[in-house]
Design a protein around this ligand. Structure first.
Ligand code: SAM
Length: 286
C-alpha cells in the first residue's frame, strides 16, 4: 500500500495530521539537531525537520516511496540535509546517534500499522540519551457503535441472496476490521456507549519487550440510550510534543465534530478542518 503515491498524497492533504506534526517538529527540533524519520514515506516530516534547522535528517523508508522523499527534499532545497535511506529501519546503519526521532506510526488506534516495534528498536539503537520522540504519548480508545452499513450488509447476506448460503462470509464480515477511511459513515448518533481508554503507549519509555507483546485491555463501556450495538469503534489521541496533540474524533469528540473533521488538535486554541484522513476503525463484534 505504501509503495503507492495515492496514500502519501492523502496523508499530505490531511492538514490536521500533517500540520500537527509540523507544529511538533518546529517545537522540538533545535538548530543543529540530528533527526531520524522512521517510515519517511513522501519525506514530508524530514523536510519539516530540515526546515526547522536540523543539521542532518536520516529519512528511512522501506518502500519505493523513498523516491518521493528524494524528490521532495530536492524540490525544497534541503537535499543536502535530508539523506534518504531506502530500507528497513531495523537493518539500517547510521553514522551517528540522533537527537530526535519522528515517526507517524499512529494508524487507526496506534498499534495497527505494526510500526511500534521498529520505532522502539530504532529508539534503542539510535536515540541519544535524553533525546526526544515524536509522538511521545499515544492513547487508544474504544466505544460501542451501531454501524448501519454493516447491519445492511449482514442482513442482505443472511437473506440467502441468489439462493445461496453465506454463513461463513457473515462470520468473517462481523469480525472484520474496517478503516473508516473507506467507510465514512459513523455519525454521532451511532455511538452506543461512553468511550473507554484501552492503553497508553509512552514511546520514550516503553520497553521493547512490551511493545512486542500482544496489547490487551479490559474495559467497561457504559451503555447510553437505546439501540443496538454491532461494532467497536477504535481510535487514538496522541501527544506529539508538549502542548501539541492530535486526535481522531469518536467518543465525546464524535458528538461535537461528527465524522468529517477527522482529527483535531487538543491542548491548543487552534482547530483546523481536515481534508479527509479519517482513519477511525470499526471492529465488528458478533
Ligand atoms: C503512515 S506512513 C507515514 C509516512 C510519512 N512519514 C508521513 O507522515 O506522511 C508510514 C510509513 O512508514 C513506512 N514503514 C513502515 N514500517 C517501516 C520499517 N520497518 N522501516 C522503514 N519504513 C517503514 C511505510 O512504508 C510508510 O511509508
Amino acid at each position: 500500500m505504501y509503495a503507492e503515491f495515492e496514500v502519501h498524497r492523502t496523508m499530505i492533504c490531511d492538514r490536521v495530521r500533517t500540520g500537527a506534526f509540523r507544529c511538533a517538529i518546529d517545537s522540538v527540533v533545535r538548530p543543529g539537531d540530528v533527526v531520524l524519520d522512521v517510515g519517511a514515506g513522501s519525506g514530508i516530516l524530514s523536510v519539516f525537520a530540515a526546515r526547522a534547522g536540523a543539521a542532518r535528517v536520516y529519512a528511512v523508508e522501506r518502500t519505493s516511496a523513498a523516491v518521493l522523499a528524494h524528490e521532495l527534499a530536492a524540490a525544497n532545497g534541503v537535499a543536502e540535509i535530508v539523506q534518504v535511506i531506502h530500507g528497513e529501519v531495523t537493518d539500517v546503519e547510521l553514522p551517528e546517534r540522533v537527537d530526535v526521532i519522528v515517526s507517524e506510526w499512529l494508524g487507526g488506534f496506534g498499534i495497527d500499522e505494526g510500526m511500534l516495534v521498529p520505532v522502539i528498536v530504532a529508539r534503542d539503537r539510535w536515540l541519544k540519551p535524553g533525546g526526544v520522540m515524536i509522538p511521545r504519548l499515544v492513547m487508544a480508545w474504544a466505544a460501542l457503535v451501531h454501524d448501519r452499513y454493516l447491519a445492511q450488509m449482514v442482513e442482505f447476506l443472511r437473506d440467502n441472496p441468489y439462493g445461496l448460503r453465506f454463513d461463513d462470509l457473515v462470520d468473517k464480515t462481523v469480525n472484520e476490521i474496517f478503516y473508516s477511511g473507506t467507510f465514512h459513515h459513523l455519525e454521532a448518533g451511532d455511538r452506543r456507549s461512553d468511550a473507554s481508554q484501552l492503553w497508553t503507549t509512552d514511546a520514550g519509555l516503553i520497553p521493547l519487550g512490551q511493545a512486542q507483546a500482544p496489547h490487551e485491555a479490559e474495559m467497561v463501556l457504559p451503555v447510553r440510550g437505546h439501540g443496538t450495538a454491532n461494532a467497536l469503534a477504535l481510535w487514538f489521541s496522541a501527544e506529539l510534543a508538549p502542548g501539541i496533540s492530535l486526535s481522531v474524533p469518536a467518543g465525546r469528540d464524535m458528538d461535537e465534530l461528527g465524522h468529517r473533521a477527522s482529527r483535531r488538535r487538543l491542548g491548543g486554541t487552534r482547530r483546523a478542518g481536515g481534508l479527509g484522513g479519517d482513519r477511525r476503525l470499526s471492529m465488528r463484534v458478533p
